[in-house]
Design a protein around this ligand. Structure first.
Ligand code: FES
Length: 106
């Protein structure tokens, strides 16, 4: 569906998208890397399990929530890639870590 125009002068970094190693331009985001990997859905809805994928690419729709470097529910369209980044599909809702500072204000 998405295909990059060739730009041999563009610097790249190595990332993995759902375990698939690939090189992407340094100006890409985790969401655009996922789209370039043609992984289809990047998460499933915690409400009904429906597949979701990046839509707005500007931080509005939240359909791009993914696990990035082990951290769930990151807005992948707002996260620039970096060398060694692990980008993974997110299934449903993120797990809550009860008793941690992360949930103290919930
Ligand atoms: S694609 Fe819409 S918030 Fe990321």
């Amino acid at each position: 569906m998405f295909r990059k125009l060739p730009d041999p002068a563009c610097a790249t970094v190595a990332v993995t998208v759902d375990g698939q190693a690939m090189r992407v331009a340094t100006h890409e985001t985790a969401a655009s890397a996922a789209l370039l990997a043609a992984m289809g859905a990047t998460r499933t809805s915690p409400v009904n399990g429906e597949p979701r994928a990046p839509f707005c690419m500007m931080g509005v729709c939240y359909d791009c929530l993914m696990v990035i470097d082990g951290v769930p529910s990151r807005q992948a369209c707002l996260v620039p890639v970096r060398d060694g980044m692990r980008i993974e599909r997110q299934a449903g809702a993120r797990a809550l870590a009860f008793g941690s500072a992360e949930t103290a204000d919930v």
